[in-house]
Design a protein around this ligand. Structure first.
Ligand SMILES: O=C[C@H](O)COP(=O)(O)O
Length: 248
């Protein structure tokens, strides 16, 4: 049986208080499409307000630390994002792997921390353009998945997002056949890592998804949803992606 589609907006470092109305507008569209799971991950500063204003809509975080507390200036823990009202966190986004030098072991520890706090995790994996050109894409992504894979993984709380680094924010999208090949490889790897429960783990595609290409991407086998950056910032752009998921 096909998994329910999951459409997640990652606002990255965008959004001040006056953009809370965009989350409310997006939540309204989501409420009209109950066959789709939709969510927004605003900056951590907006999580509590977004949750209090949109009680029925899922709000996530973009990251958290793997430690419970301590001397980690500028960081937030899983317990903190939970207390703010987040129900899950994106982890291991390529922008953090690159900018903050996050390793697979860090991402694994973060996933275990969010799970220990009763939250969901979306673990991101993806190859660079150089790695794809060198024919290493599947090996790189499956290696990241293995290294980042948390103990106790279960589809109830774990989602994987495949995001080719070269497709993020560039307007470039892989061929459907390449997305299909990678998602099949991720599904197979999940089977090796967790056995029977692997089919229920949702695998999202991310990288320049928008209202114009969502239907085609969401029709690819093993694409269970999208992790959307730029096209998630307004209801005008994000709504058509939710609608495409509902129609898929
Ligand atoms: O987390 C989202 C991804 O990095 C995709 O971003 P994008 O849709 O702006 O390419």
């Amino acid at each position: 049986m096909a998994n329910r589609k999951y459409i997640v907006g990652n606002w990255k470092m965008n959004g001040l208080n006056d953009q809370l109305s965009d989350i409310a507008d997006i939540a309204s569209i989501a409420a009209n499409h109950p066959s789709v799971d939709a969510a927004i991950c605003p900056p951590v500063t907006l999580i509590a307000s977004a949750v209090s204003q949109n009680a029925a809509f899922s709000i996530g975080a973009q990251d958290c630390h793997f430690n419970e507390k301590g001397a980690h200036t500028g960081c937030v823990s899983a317990a903190m994002i939970k207390q703010a009202g987040a129900s899950f966190s994106i982890l291991g986004h390529s922008e953090r792997r690159a900018d903050q030098h996050e390793t697979d072991a860090d991402v694994k520890a973060k996933a275990e921390a969010v799970h220990a706090n009763g939250l969901g995790a979306i673990i991101c994996v993806g190859e660079t353009e150089e790695e794809r050109d060198a024919g290493q894409a599947v090996d790189v992504v499956c290696g990241q998945l293995q290294g980042s894979f948390p103990n106790g993984a279960d589809a109830k709380w774990l989602t994987i997002a495949y995001e080719p680094v070269w497709a993020i924010g560039t307007g470039r999208v892989p061929e459907a056949a390449d997305v299909e090949e990678m998602h099949a490889a991720i599904r197979q790897k999940l089977g090796e890592l967790m056995g029977d429960g692997a089919d229920a783990v949702r695998i999202l595609y991310g990288g320049s998804m928008n209202g114009g290409n969502a239907a085609e991407l969401l029709a690819v086998p093993n694409v269970d949803g999208g992790l959307v950056g730029g096209a998630s910032l307004t209801a005008e752009k994000f709504g058509p992606i939710i609608e495409a998921a509902a129609a898929s």
